[in-house]
Design a protein. Structure first.
Length: 506
C-alpha cells in the first residue's frame, strides 16, 4: 500500500484525537468523581494506543522502501527489487505494527541484501522490538518465563508464548562473551586498594536427555537421582578498601544479637564487581567449553587487566575444595596473592564439632564454637586442632562421632596455611566470601533451582550468563552494546541511506 500525503494527514489527525482523549479523561473524572486508580488505568491504556499510533505513523511516513527496480550497494553489487512489498512482523511495546515494504536481493528467492525501511528503522532480526526484549528479559532475570509472560501481558496487554521468551533469552546471551571481551577495565581511581577474586561451585538441575530411557528415572536409589545436577562454576572479581578489625570484632559480628542496638560502622563496599558463571557446555561455534576452566581463565584475564600496573595486593578467597585451588593455579601459578580459606566454611565445621560434645543449638555448644572461632582468628589453628583431638580421646568418642571429628580436624589442618586470619585482619583483608556465596545464591539458586525447575544445558548457560550481567548493574550497557552489534551486522549499508530521501516524509 502506497501512503499518500492524505493518508498520512488522516493518521496524524487520529493521533491528535487519541491524545485529546487524555483531557477528556480528566474532565470526566472531575465531573463524575472517578477514583484516581481508575483514571490511572484509563490514562495508561490511552497512552498505549497513542504510542501504537505514533510508531505506525512513523512507519507509514517511510513509505514502502521502493528505491527503484535495481539498487547498487556500496560494495558495487547490484540487487533487484522484489515483485511485491513483503510483510515484516514487528511487535512493539504498544502492540503489533503493520510494515510492508520492498526488499532487494541479487535474485528472487535469495537472501535479502537490502531493505530501506528495515535499515532506516534499524529493526531487530526477529519480530520483537529491542525495547520489548529488554523489558521481557529484565522480568525473566527474576521470574520464571511463564510468570514473566503473564506480567507483561497484564501491563501491556501483549501475549507472548513462553517458548518465545526462552528463544529470546538464548539469542541475547550470544553476545555476552563479546561484551566481556570488549569491556575496558574500570578507571584506576575508582578501584579500591585491595583486589579480591573468588569462585565456587553450585549445582544446576539439568533435564533428562531426550534419548534417555524413562525407566531410569524410577530406579530406587537413596539420595538425589544421578546426573540430575551439573556443577556451574561462579567467579567474581572486585576491589575494596581495607577494613582493619580485631578477632574480637569478627566474633562479635558473627554471634551478635540481631535485636541489639550497636553503633554502625561504615564498611567499605566492593567496587566494580564483575561475575561470570558457566557450566560445561557447547558454544555457538560448536566447541566444547569447560565451564570451570573458562571462569578461572576469565578471572585471570580480568585481574591482569585491572591490576596490571597498579600492583595492589590480591586476595583469593575460596572454600577448601582442592579442585578450585588447582584450577586457579593453572591460570595464575606465578601471580602473587594471599590465599584465604573462607571463614564461613570454617564455622559450620566447628558447629558440627560442638554437636559431638553438646546438644546442638545449646548455650554450651555456642560457647564451644565462640571460643574456638576466636582462637582460630588469633592464629591458633594448630592448637585448636590439637585440642579437638585431645577431647576426642578424653571424652571417649567412638564410631561415627570419632570419624566425623577426625574429618573436621583433617580439614582444618590441611587448610591451615590459608587460615592466617590474624595477619589478614591486621591488614584489613576480607576473610569471608560473602560476595560469591551471595552470587551462588542469587545467580543460581534464586532463579535456576526453584521448586520443580529443570533446564536443558544451553538454556541454563544462557540464563547464567545474563544473570551475572543483570546482578552487577551492567544490564543497560549490555543491552545497548547488543543492539549496536546487531544493527551493524544486519545493516552494514545503513549509512548509505543518508543519500536517499524519505519517500513520503520528504
Amino acid at each position: 500500500m502506497i501512503m499518500t500525503q492524505k493518508n498520512i494527514a488522516a493518521k496524524s489527525e487520529r493521533l491528535h484525537e487519541i491524545v485529546d482523549e487524555l483531557l477528556t479523561i480528566v474532565s470526566d473524572a472531575l465531573q463524575q468523581q472517578t477514583p484516581v486508580h481508575e483514571v490511572e488505568e484509563k490514562a495508561f491504556r490511552t497512552l498505549l494506543r497513542a504510542g501504537l499510533a505514533t510508531i505506525q505513523l512513523l512507519v507509514d511516513c517511510l513509505g514502502n522502501g521502493d528505491v527503484g527496480e535495481v539498487y547498487q550497494l556500496p560494495d558495487g553489487r547490484t540487487v533487484k527489487r522484489s515483485p511485491q512489498p513483503q510483510a515484516r512482523p514487528y511487535l512493539s511495546i504498544f502492540g503489533p505494527i503493520a510494515i510492508e515494504c520492498f526488499v532487494y536481493a541479487e535474485r528472487e528467492g535469495q537472501k535479502i541484501e537490502f531493505s530501506e525501511v528495515d535499515a532506516r528503522l534499524a529493526l531487530p532480526e526477529g519480530k520483537f522490538s529491542y525495547l520489548l526484549q529488554d523489558w521481557d528479559q529484565s522480568f525473566v532475570m527474576e521470574q520464571p518465563f511463564g510468570k514473566a509472560s503473564q506480567a507483561i501481558e497484564k501491563i501491556l496487554g501483549l501475549r507472548q508464548h513462553v517458548d518465545s521468551l526462552e528463544r529470546m533469552n538464548r539469542a541475547m546471551s550470544q553476545q555476552v562473551e563479546t561484551f566481556h571481551a570488549m569491556q575496558a577495565p574500570p578507571p584506576g581511581e575508582e578501584e579500591g586498594a585491595v583486589f579480591v577474586q573468588t569462585a565456587d561451585g553450585k549445582g544446576v538441575p539439568i533435564r533428562r536427555s531426550a534419548d534417555a530411557s524413562p525407566i531410569q528415572d524410577h530406579r530406587h536409589q537413596p539420595g538425589p537421582k544421578p546426573d540430575r545436577k551439573k556443577m556451574a562454576t561462579v567467579g567474581a572479581v572486585y576491589s575494596i578498601d581495607p577494613l582493619v578489625r580485631t578477632p574480637e570484632d569478627v566474633v562479635e559480628s558473627l554471634f551478635r544479637d540481631p535485636e541489639a542496638e550497636r553503633p554502625k560502622r561504615k564498611r567499605p563496599r566492593p567496587c566494580h564487581k564483575r561475575m561470570r558463571a558457566m557450566l560445561n557446555h557447547v558454544n555457538r561455534d560448536g566447541d566444547e567449553i569447560n565451564g570451570r576452566a573458562a571462569v578461572f581463565g576469565w578471572i585471570a584475564g580480568e585481574m591482569a587487566e585491572r591490576n596490571g600496573s597498579a600492583d595492589k595486593p590480591i586476595v583469593c578467597i575460596m572454600d577448601g575444595e582442592q579442585a578450585l585451588w588447582d584450577a586457579r593455579d593453572v591460570f595464575q601459578e606465578n601471580v602473587a596473592m594471599v590465599d584465604v580459606l573462607d571463614l564461613l566454611h570454617v564455622t559450620p565445621r566447628l558447629w558440627d564439632a560442638a554437636a559431638l560434645f553438646h546438644a546442638r543449638d545449646s548455650d554450651a555448644a555456642e560457647a564451644f564454637v565462640r571460643e574456638r572461632v576466636l582462637r582460630i582468628l588469633r592464629g591458633e589453628v594448630k592448637a585448636v586442632v590439637r585440642g579437638l583431638r585431645r577431647m576426642s580421646t578424653t571424652r571417649g568418642l567412638i564410631g561415627k562421632k570419632r570419624t566425623n571429628l577426625a574429618k573436621i580436624c583433617a580439614y582444618l589442618e590441611k587448610n591451615r596455611h590459608r587460615m592466617r586470619y590474624d595477619e589478614y585482619l591486621a591488614k584489613g583483608y576480607p576473610i569471608a566470601s560473602g560476595v560469591i556465596e551471595g552470587a551462588c545464591r542469587h545467580v543460581v539458586k534464586d532463579r535456576l533451582e526453584r521448586t520443580g525447575m529443570s533446564w536443558v544445558r544451553q538454556g541454563a548457560q544462557a540464563m547464567l550468563e545474563l544473570r551475572c550481567i543483570h546482578l552487577t548493574d551492567q544490564w543497560d550497557a549490555f543491552v545497548e552494546f547488543r543492539v549496536e552489534c546487531e544493527t551493524q551486522r544486519l545493516y552494514p549499508y545503513r549509512d548509505a541511506l543518508k543519500s536517499l530521501s524519505w519517500t513520503v516524509a520528504a
